[in-house]
Design a protein around this ligand. Structure first.
Ligand code: AP5
Ligand code: MG
Length: 213
């Protein structure tokens, strides 16, 4: 089985974009804790109501809530997964190993990029509400304005947390939590880094090499 793949990177560094490609070209399963939490919010569940304000402010949901949601949505004994958005802090990195990855082979990949580049990417992101395809009004606009190239739906949405104020908090949270996570994987020889400031095509090439090595 391919290694379990842990994508680490700031908001807007391209984790979701690259995960979608790994799913279609390398048959990975993709689990994004942000997507799972947003699904809970749109279903109006108790969990969704509990996390809505936290996410709109750009803060982190508590570790055990997210771990529980993640665990019920992936079984690493039967398939290779991409973990997108988990772990966000050192506690989650350890929980992920203990509760889910255990002795399965895994690699962490850090999407390295200057944080100053990210607000522009995030405020210009649009996502298809029907199929989840990710767009950007500047770097990846749909061929026909407002229409998804992939599924033809006309439901392109802007995420609630993609506004300047929340983006600032999200980037601050990232800055304050990422270093011990990188040190954790690096010290175990499990960390690869890629240059996430390159174009999406080039980033995928770097990622593919890392996965296959
Ligand atoms: P989550 O949904 O995980 O958001 P995030 O980490 O902030 O990351 P994003 O999804 O914003 O960015 P991305 O790296 O996926 O970028 P994308 O590919 O879309 O989390 C949201 C919230 O949920 C958190 O704030 C927290 O509240 C909560 N949460 C989630 N997980 C949690 C956890 N484990 N613990 C606690 N709380 C948790 O790309 C972004 C844009 O850039 C797009 O427009 C795209 O087209 C464009 N783009 C992508 N690649 C390139 C490129 N190479 N060049 C130019 N543009 C590009
Ligand atoms: Mg994402």
């Amino acid at each position: 089985m391919k290694p379990q793949l842990i994508l680490l990177g700031a908001p807007g560094s391209g984790k979701g974009t690259q995960a979608a490609r790994l799913v279609s070209e390398l048959s990975y399963n993709h689990v994004s804790t942000g997507d799972l939490l947003r699904k809970e919010i749109s279903s109006g569940s108790d969990l969704g109501n509990k996390v809505q304000g936290i996410m709109n402010r750009g803060e982190l949901v508590d570790d055990n809530t997210v771990l529980e949601l993640l665990s019920s949505n992936c079984d690493v004994t039967s398939a290779a997964f991409i973990f997108d958005g988990f772990p966000r802090n050192i506690e989650q990195a350890k929980l992920l190993d203990e509760a889910l990855i255990k002795e399965n082979a895994s690699k962490a990949v850090y999407f390295d990029i200057d944080l100053d580049m990210l607000a522009q990417r995030l405020v210009n992101r649009r996502t298809c509400g029907d199929c989840g395809e990710i767009y950007n009004l500047i770097s990846k606009a749909p061929a026909k304005e407002g229409t998804c190239d992939k599924c033809g739906g006309t439901n392109l949405q802007q995420r609630k947390d993609d506004n300047e104020e929340t983006v600032k908090t999200r980037l601050d949270v990232f800055k304050n939590t990422i270093t011990p996570v990188l040190e954790y994987y690096e010290s175990q020889g499990r960390l690869a880094r890629l240059d996430a400031s390159a174009g999406a095509e080039e980033v995928f090439g770097q990622l593919e090499k890392t996965v296959k090595n």
